[in-house]
Design a protein around this ligand. Structure first.
Ligand SMILES: [Zn+2]
Length: 162
């Protein structure tokens, strides 16, 4: 049994770096939110938890095994972790956050040699949750700009990527 590693684990750093490389900016281990989420993207009202498969009981995952010794201790411990996760998820959802769970095995094993599909999926989830009022505001601005530049024959408007 490896010791508890709750902060800055390698898979978490890998995920953070990949998101940073795609221009996402975030807070980490936010103590003011239920469950102290690993990654918080306020602009997209999205939270990402990077869950260790053993500690958070990833259902159907081979790493979510039950230890053969001190079985009761571990079952109680992991059951209470799992229940706390559910409560935190409910609290965060009630506060209007979109919550994504990325499992450690996805980073360590499934996508070991190519994280792109996983990061693509996470990115799509994050962008999909962008509050609608922001994009409406953006379109309003664009119209104003078109009116303002109409006589100056500006050939195109630059569209921001996000
Ligand atoms: Zn797993």
């Amino acid at each position: 049994m490896s010791k508890i590693r709750s902060k800055n684990t390698k898979p978490e750093m890998t995920l953070r770096k990949a998101l940073f490389a795609r221009s996402f900016r975030y807070r980490v281990n936010d103590k003011n939110l239920p469950g102290k989420p690993d990654i918080v993207l306020p602009k997209y009202k999205t939270i990402i938890f990077l869950h260790g498969c053993f500690w958070h009981r990833h259902e159907g995952c081979k790493y979510a095994y039950t230890p053969k010794t001190n079985t009761k201790f571990w079952v109680d411990k992991i059951t209470s972790n799992s229940e706390r996760d559910k409560t935190n998820l409910q609290k965060l959802t009630a506060l209007g956050w979109n919550v994504l769970i990325v499992w450690e095995c996805e980073i360590r094993h499934t996508y070991k040699h190519n994280l792109t599909p996983l990061i693509d999926r996470v990115e799509a989830e994050i962008l999909g949750n962008r509050p609608k009022k922001i994009s409406m505001k953006f379109y309003e601005l664009k119209e104003d700009e078109i009116l303002m530049v109409a006589e100056e024959h500006v050939p195109f408007l630059r569209i921001p990527k996000h």
